[in-house]
Design a binder for this molecule. Structure first.
Ligand SMILES: [Fe+2]
Length: 266
């Protein structure tokens, strides 16, 4: 039945492509342009028709115009509408200059509303929300109180269990942010990038999800910096109009995959 088929819609999250300005750019020995293309091909080949894709930050390696130009070029023939938001390696103003309308505050997927939050803090690796950003989030939660909400951002609002990257999590405004989302009965899930690994947990009734990078993977549960041999991937969300959702991670298989596993930082 057409009405039943329309009650679930797919959203894709990719994250942390770390695209450099030059075609030969590598992150820890990995060709991030190539791995992004592999992930995009895999997303485009899935039988489910995604309505929207969101790129949750660290689009670029260094915030340069050349890096965003390379990213946008790779996205040119991608069939699904997409938005992006900034991470600590990005330059939000430059992103807006180069691709106006790619960074709305709110996106609609069926009955769901997706809030695209900017956790980036100029000059810092960790994330944060200033008072005015928290006030705006509070306003958006009120405005969209009648819809199930998925909040998407770059930094993790809770520790994921990898000590070194948890040292770079959402810091300023974190407690107030948690208070706000827990106080809003319609926040169903929060999804982020930054940690370059899969993570699934709960905060009361709110699902918490981190997604593998399209590039280098970090080792879950590690104390110091550690590179994982897992493959790049993406996350899908199936969003039901009644507020339920399902989610999962798919990884690609790349035959020419080389990354410096012994590296001690990035
Ligand atoms: Fe990253």
């Amino acid at each position: 039945m057409a009405t039943e088929a329309a009650s679930v819609r797919r959203l894709i999250q990719i994250t942390d492509p770390h695209i450099g300005g030059r075609p030969d750019y590598q992150l820890l020995g990995l060709d991030t342009g190539h791995t992004l293309e592999e992930v995009l091909n895999s997303v485009a080949a899935q039988p489910e028709n995604a309505e929207l894709m969101v790129v949750t930050g660290d689009v670029s390696a260094n915030g340069s115009e050349a890096a965003y130009r390379r990213f946008l070029h790779k996205m040119q023939s991608f069939p699904t509408p997409w938005f992006w938001l900034p991470g600590n390696h990005d330059d939000p103003e430059r992103m807006d200059q180069m691709a106006a309308r790619r960074r709305p505050e709110v996106a609609s997927v069926g009955n769901w509303r997706i809030l695209l939050l900017d956790t980036s803090v100029p000059g810092q690796i960790c994330g944060g929300f200033e008072a005015h950003e928290l006030a705006r989030i509070e306003q958006l939660l009120e405005q969209h109180a009648d819809h199930p909400l998925l909040l998407m951002m770059h930094h993790q609002p809770v520790p994921v269990g990898s000590n070194w990257i948890d040292g770079h999590m959402l810091k300023a405004g974190r407690e107030r942010f948690i208070e706000l989302v827990q106080g809003a009965a319609n926040v169903r899930a929060i999804a982020w990038g930054h940690v370059h690994q899969q993570f699934d947990s709960e905060l009361g009734s709110i699902g918490l999800h981190a997604t593998p990078s399209t590039s280098v993977q970090f080792t879950p549960g590690s104390g110091p910096f550690s590179i994982d041999s897992e493959m790049p991937g993406y996350r899908w969300f199936d969003l039901y109009d009644d507020g339920r959702y399902e989610t999962g991670v798919e990884r690609v298989t790349i035959t020419e995959y080389s990354v410096d596993l012994a590296s001690s930082g990035y």
